[in-house]
Design a binder for this molecule. Sequence first.
Ligand code: WQD
Length: 346
Amino acid sequence: MSKIIVTGGAGFIGSHTVVELYRAGFEPIIIDDFSNSEQSVIKGIENTIGDSVSWYPADCNNQQVMETIFAREKDITGVIHFAAFKAVGESVQQPIKYYRNNINSLLVIIEMMLKYNVPNLVFSSSCTVYGQPEKLPVNENSPILPAQSPYGNTKQLCENILAQIGLAGKPLKSVALRYFNPVGAHPSGNIGELPIGTPGNLIPFITQTVAGHRPQLTVFGNDYNTSDGTCVRDYIHVVDLAKAHVKALELLDRTSLSPFYDVFNVGTGAGNTVLEVIKTFEMVTGRKVNYKIGPRRPGDIEQIYAEVDKARDVLRWQSSLTLRDALKDAWNWQQKLKEKAEQTAT
Ligand code: WQD
């Protein structure tokens, strides 16, 4: 079995990807420092796949520890590098923390891969590299705009590093996946998103409000130039997104070119407004979302959604789950979390 290191494998997208890797016949090996996840996620993954999974509690900035893992786990064929800080607002407050962690960890990973002859790397990038695009949908050749936050800048810099490693002739094959808005949870209810503190993202805020943990959702602005005045995003089910990583590894495997670097949008190709998300949630779950319209959130982009032709044609991947599926699964996950909390309390 082909061994794949998954950094950040206990995180939201990482945990779902570990499941899909296992199902596709790979052997995932998780490296996670649990700075933004919990060890219980490993159990959730194991319950989902019905098997145990290898994992190391480690920070991938720690070169020595990484060295030990790469030396011990021989014959690794690929790395999926999720581990990174991802809070846009925090990155503005603490830029050094973001640059140090997000850039350095990629450099350590690349050094390890070159040293231990690991050929294939999949990197988590973001549609944030497009900023507010002039033309929609955005494709992979759309302009990359100056980053609005240190977080966004780390994604751009990491993409450039990967492209330049190739130009330097190093034997590394890599793919950057530009995620649009990942949402939902595993339909089993075993794994999902675990936001720490008040969620910044829309879907966990909705599910926590409906579950009674938050009094009310604020819709950030309804005076945008969109169909109902609220912002438009391309919401992609996390299970579909996870599958794109398997496809990326398969693409790298069948690519004889080395060095190799390419980039793909991973979205559904369609946009939805915030109010459409709320209405769909209410329809799918039969629960009312208590919300009010508030002011715009500084830094928000009016609208963005992906062109996904390249992913379909080259990556041989396309989304198959809907926004309804994602919202149903997110709500199911929220309810499972409540059950777990109640079990712990009794
Ligand atoms: C979605 C929409 C909000 C919360 C995030 C990351 C970004 C990138 C994509 C990672 C927006 C509105 C939200 C709330 C609201 N991914 N909203 N009330 O802003 O698209 O970006 O995912 O790299 O870096 O930050 O996602 O879920 O925060 O917002 O009205 O309480 O919901 O204004 O229109 P966003 P989000």
